[in-house]
Design a protein around this ligand. Structure first.
Ligand code: GCU
Length: 423
């Protein structure tokens, strides 16, 4: 009896210590492991990449394919039909400075369909304006108090502050995220803004029976295969299909679409920019682990932690790198390099150690060798700039004071940089 009790408590304590080890969070720079930065300019078979052509013909495709197969999962290559329907329009929005359009985008596959709505504001006093496109966290109706924005009927997370307890969006949550979306400032800057509620594409939960994935299963399939798309890829896929819509709308300058995202949606904007070269520019705001931050530093959030908390974001094949970062033949700077030579902005927040600001900065720096191959300036210093002092080249970086969030400081700098680099 006593023996049995001891055995059980031993097993229990082993389990707890395993769990604790798995969830270890390091915030101490001196404990960052030694690791080699995988060279963007040496191919997997050892060839040194010396020209932009070799990069785009050989190295870029093999890296893209690695990230597809082993990190985010492959997108489906075909759909049966894509259709667009303008469901609402207004020419007196945002203090009469913008037009508003809401377009329902429907993807059909295997006799099933999924629709989501993109909300679009364009400046009235500027035709051919470049446009920011982003997914959002809580519904299009949260980004502005505009009463004409259609309330989402998709699953939303329960949120006490917003009074949401039954996974249904409420009128009272209209405009509750305006702090992250300075629409008027964006319009005044000469840019359009378009956004999609990510939950309409794939609800953010570890469940692949709903959302976009379910349209693509073979008979008897219930989950993506190990190398097939997780949720980040589904959200990125929807951004690409939104760009397909932009290409059909003469009021939108599709060639100047800048894909933007915060946090998990910053991971999404990076992946969208990497997989779809039509995006003219890419912005990652506080994207952290699985986004801009180098995984091998194991600072703040790690692959083990993120895969435990959000297993549905990545492909199952990513699990092979849990507590095994040294086996990764790539790191996230090579994801950033896939965006070259297009403008790229990586941003961090000083109090957002979870996202590893230094790892985000170094990633932008190490990606810059590929930009340099094109004769373009990236982040050529390996010294982090001071807080609130952005470095803005074709590759840009800033770390601002404050916490994990999107602020006016972030947007003011994105606008300033995009005016210069999105031509
Ligand atoms: C969690 C998660 C991060 C993610 C963030 C967010 O903090 O660990 O990886 O970026 O949520 O999306 O807000």
């Amino acid at each position: 009896m006593k023996f049995a009790f001891l055995t059980i408590s031993l097993i229990f304590s082993l389990q707890t210590s395993f769990a604790q080890k798995e969830f270890e969070r390091n915030y101490d720079e001196s404990k960052v492991p030694n690791f080699d930065i995988p060279d963007p300019l040496t191919s997997f078979d050892g060839q040194i990449i010396k020209t932009a052509e070799d990069w785009s013909q050989k190295r870029r495709p093999e890296l893209l394919s690695f990230f597809e197969e082993n990190v985010y999962g492959k997108m489906p290559s075909t759909i049966d039909d894509l259709s667009f329907k303008i469901v609402e329009e207004g020419d007196n929005a945002i203090n009469n400075k913008a037009t508003r359009k809401q377009v329902k985008i429907t993807i059909r596959k295997n006799n099933q369909s999924l629709s989501y709505t993109v909300l679009i504001y364009l400046p009235k006093d500027k035709s051919n304006a470049p446009i920011f496109l982003s997914t959002n966290f809580r519904g299009n109706h949260t980004i502005n108090a505009d009463p004409n924005i259609i309330l989402t009927d998709a699953w939303v997370p329960n949120t006490k502050e917003l009074g949401i307890t039954d996974h249904k969006a409420k009128e009272s949550s209209r405009g509750t995220r305006t702090n992250r979306w300075p629409v008027e400032k964006i319009i005044d800057g000469g840019f359009g803004l378009a956004t999609v509620y990510y939950g309409e594409v794939d609800p953010d939960k570890d469940d692949f029976s709903d959302g976009l994935h379910a349209l693509f299963y073979a008979e008897d399939q219930q989950n993506p295969k190990p190398n097939e798309w997780g949720s980040i890829t589904a959200w990125a896929f929807a951004l690409s299909k939104t760009l397909d819509y932009f290409e059909t709308d003469p009021a939108i300058n599709a060639n100047k679409t800048i894909v933007f995202g915060h946090s998990r949606l910053g991971k999404t904007s990076l992946w969208a920019g990497a997989t779809d070269e039509r995006f003219a520019g890419v912005i990652s705001n506080d994207s952290g682990c699985g986004g801009a931050a180098l995984s091998k530093r194991k600072f703040g959030e790690t692959i083990a932690i993120i895969s435990n908390s959000f297993p549905h974001w990545f492909s199952d094949s990513f699990n092979q790198y849990i507590e095994n970062e040294s086996a990764l033949p790539v790191d996230q700077h090579q994801l950033l390099a896939l965006i070259a030579p297009r403008p790229l902005y990586v941003a961090s927040a000083q109090e957002d150690e979870w996202a590893d600001p230094k790892g985000e900065f170094l990633s932008a720096h190490y990606a810059s060798t590929v930009y340099n191959l094109y004769g373009i300036d990236g982040i050529n210093t390996n010294k982090m700039p001071k807080v609130n002092q952005p470095i803005q080249n074709t590759v840009a970086y800033h770390i601002r004071t404050g916490k994990h969030d999107v602020t006016d400081f972030d947007w003011e700098n994105y606008i300033k940089w995009a005016k210069k680099y999105i031509k």
